[in-house]
Design a protein. Structure first.
Length: 218
């Protein structure tokens, strides 16, 4: 239940559920819960919390019975922490995709992180189809945060190509997903609004750029 709560704009509800385990010293006993807690803290921009939950997840994984889907979830978590550079992000994302169930709500995020890993290494031509696929999967599983981020990442590619109108269209769709999902208070929204501000400047709309920048700062 925590993932749809997070993806539906009720992140504090999901965090409250997860804190119940932490307050009772149960996190390591349930490594899947620890992974989920670390993933959410990372996506919310809380690195120290994410590292604490991740350490508990790794300790719990070490004592748990072999579990392919748990291993995949830990691999996805490593993409968020980015301890081994972009090559490590892509390798972990690939491992996560291989182990996650086809209908896993986290599959879109694994694709997103693989695309980001290519994009941040200057490989836009490799990133683009993966990000497009990430957006499609995110729409299918109701992963609105991943869908919005995938669209914004694609807008960056179009900005770098000087295809201003297409960049603006993609950024606009990313913002629409934010608003429809009530995600404007998520840390990821700052990224989306910043991309939208760049696209607005590129299409000679400074007023809209200022509006998006104000939202990004907030």
């Amino acid at each position: 239940l925590a993932f749809p709560a997070y993806a539906g704009g009720r992140v504090e509800t999901a965090r409250r559920w997860l804190r119940w385990f932490e307050d009772r010293g149960l996190v390591e006993r349930y490594p899947r819960v620890a992974v989920l807690g670390a993933q959410m803290e990372a996506l919310l921009g809380h690195p120290s919390n994410a590292e604490r939950w991740a350490a508990a997840a790794e300790r719990g994984q070490a004592t748990a019975a072999p579990d392919r889907t748990l291993d995949a979830s830990v691999a996805l978590l490593r993409t968020f922490l980015c301890h081994d550079g972009m090559a490590g992000v892509r390798a972990d994302a690939d491992a996560a995709r291989a182990g996650l169930a086809p209908d896993s709500p986290w599959l879109a995020t694994a694709l997103l992180m693989e695309g980001v890993g290519h994009l941040l290494d200057g490989q836009a031509e490799l990133a683009e189809p993966i990000l497009h696929r990430a957006g499609e999967v995110a729409g299918q599983v109701g992963a609105a945060p991943a869908a919005s981020a995938a669209l914004a990442e694609q807008a960056i590619i179009e900005l770098e190509r000087h295809r201003w109108q297409e960049a603006g269209r993609l950024a606009g769709r990313a913002v629409d997903v934010l608003r429809a999902g009530d995600l404007d208070d998520y840390a990821m929204a700052a990224f989306v609004h910043t991309v939208a501000a760049r696209a607005a400047l590129a299409t000679s709309d400074p007023g809209m750029a200022r509006e998006h920048l104000a939202r990004a700062i907030r």
